[in-house]
Design a protein around this ligand. Structure first.
Ligand code: GLN
Length: 467
């Protein structure tokens, strides 16, 4: 078998036995990159020299593709934005040092929506990424490059980031496993911030076992990120050995099924997933999360508010692009930002500054924070009755380029992933089947309480086994 097809587990076994070396995997990935990246566009940058150098230094390390908002020392980190053109990272993000400590190495940088704002990767200022299952369709987003690289066998596994669904929705579109860890489970030091009360980095892989191994390497308390508590990291991979659906109480919330815009094929696949779980010994329990209907509105106040503050640092002085038209400090800021940011990023900054402006803050931002608490409480209540929730991951399978023209329709693609992000709990996307006519992959979402990634991974693995 070609080495680029391997997942983490198989790669590690082969490396251990001495069947091949890390450098050989990197070479194989590079060959694959040259063959298919011109068409798929998953990578923005494959650093063959650096990857080979790292592979030679640690001959048993597994290469990982990195979303272009995570800093790797000496490499570009563009966030798929023109404003960061020419910027080179001065240091490694904690997730990158954690990878290196656990026998993984970064091999290249993958495309995304600009500053992680979007659901199709069409907002990248640096190029198009296509869905490896149908080149006329989007890979999802914002971690579309990560998903296309995993789904298109252009990497062994990838890192993505998820603020409102950006790991799970593209994973669903490209037949990958994706984990959005609980808020604070994984350090964000060195990860470009979009919405700081929501952002999390997580694994995107070819199997649940791979996700468990990779999450184990990423997770844990970090001195450099005050939002990471000292909660021990279990041996996730070991927990999977006992994975079973028997006796698992699966919550089914009507708010995730009686929804206009839910594609009938996605509905069929999710219903079948529930049936398979039941046949394998799970118990289905009805639950209700009544504040779900407000989640989109709350997210599109909180996320832009935080983004407008986080993106203030891109001012033409400290990072990347600097306008050559500027005549004074003020025009240096405004022109650099006007030239550097794309339309979606500007839209978010304008919404964010509006909802935070004096006179409106109480009506929008403060109100949104209160409703966020109600959404979180819904999850607390639901988890008193069940071990996990099973929901559709995204309302549709991968859509065509330019199909969702209007920003609101695009935002609605994250309907099912946003509430759990607001609640800070953990969630997975696991492949569940293919649509009948279009043969597109569709994933389902499992949601577990905060810091129950072990449970989440076990249930996801049990599902993978029966699917
Ligand atoms: N699609 C959502 C947005 O545009 C979520 C993005 C994300 O999770 N990074 O904000």
């Amino acid at each position: 078998m070609e080495l680029y097809k391997l997942g983490i587990k198989a790669a590690r076994e082969g490396l251990e036995k001495g069947d091949f070396t890390s450098a050989e995997i990197v070479e194989s990935l590079y060959k694959r990159y040259n063959e298919v990246n011109p068409e798929i566009g998953a990578y923005l940058y494959f650093d063959i020299d650096h990857a080979l150098e790292l592979a030679k230094a640690s001959p048993k390390a597994v290469p990982i593709a990195i979303k272009d908002l995570i800093n790797v020392k000496g490499q570009p980190c563009t966030c798929a934005s023109k404003i960061l053109k020419g910027y080179l990272s001065p240091y490694d993000a904690t997730v990158i040092s954690n990878l290196k400590k656990n026998s993984f190495i970064p091999c290249g940088r993958v495309n995304m929506d600009e500053f992680a704002m979007g659901s199709s990767t069409e907002n990248s200022a640096l190029g198009v990424t296509r869905n490896p299952y149908d080149l006329t369709r989007v890979p999802g987003g914002s971690s579309g490059g990560s998903a296309a690289a995993v789904g298109g066998d252009m990497c062994i596994a990838a890192l993505g980031s998820d603020t409102g669904g950006s790991i799970r929705q593209p994973a669903s579109f490209c037949n990958c496993v994706g984990i959005k860890p609980s808020y604070g489970r994984v350090s964000r030091y060195g990860v470009t911030a979009f919405a700081s009360s929501l952002d999390q980095v997580g694994p995107m892989t070819k199997s649940v076992e791979d996700a468990a191994v990779l999450l184990g390497a990423l997770a844990g308390c970090d001195q450099m990120d005050g939002t990471t508590p000292e909660v021990p990291v279990p041996d996730y991979a070991k927990l999977l050995e006992r994975a079973s659906m028997k006796g698992v109480k699966i919550g089914v919330a009507k708010e995730y099924f009686d929804v206009t815009g839910l594609d009938p094929e996605v509905k069929r696949i999710t219903d079948e997933a529930l049936k398979k779980c039941e046949e394998a010994g799970a118990e289905l329990v009805e639950v209700s999360l009544p504040h779900t209907e407000y989640a989109m509105a709350v997210y599109y106040i909180i996320a832009p508010a935080e983004a407008s503050a986080n993106l203030a640092r891109f001012d033409g002085v400290r990072y990347g692009h600097r306008s050559s038209e500027a005549v004074d400090v003020y025009s240096l800021y405004t022109k650099s930002r006007a030239e550097g940011f794309g339309p979606e990023v500007k839209r978010r900054i304008i919404i964010g500054t509006f909802v935070l402006s004096s006179g409106y803050q109480d009506a929008y931002y403060t109100q949104a924070l209160k409703v966020r608490t109600l959404i979180k409480r819904d999850f607390d209540e639901a988890f008193k009755k069940c071990d996990c929730l099973l929901t559709p991951c995204a309302p549709t399978p991968a859509f065509k380029f330019k199909e969702l023209q209007d920003p609101l329709t695009m935002y609605l693609n994250d309907l099912f992933t946003i509430p759990s992000s607001l609640a800070g709990v953990c969630a997975s996307a696991v492949p569940a089947g293919f649509t009948n006519n279009t043969k597109l992959p569709v994933g389902v979402q499992f949601i577990c309480p905060g810091y129950e990634e072990g449970r989440l991974l076990s249930i996801s693995k049990a599902f993978e086994d029966i699917c």
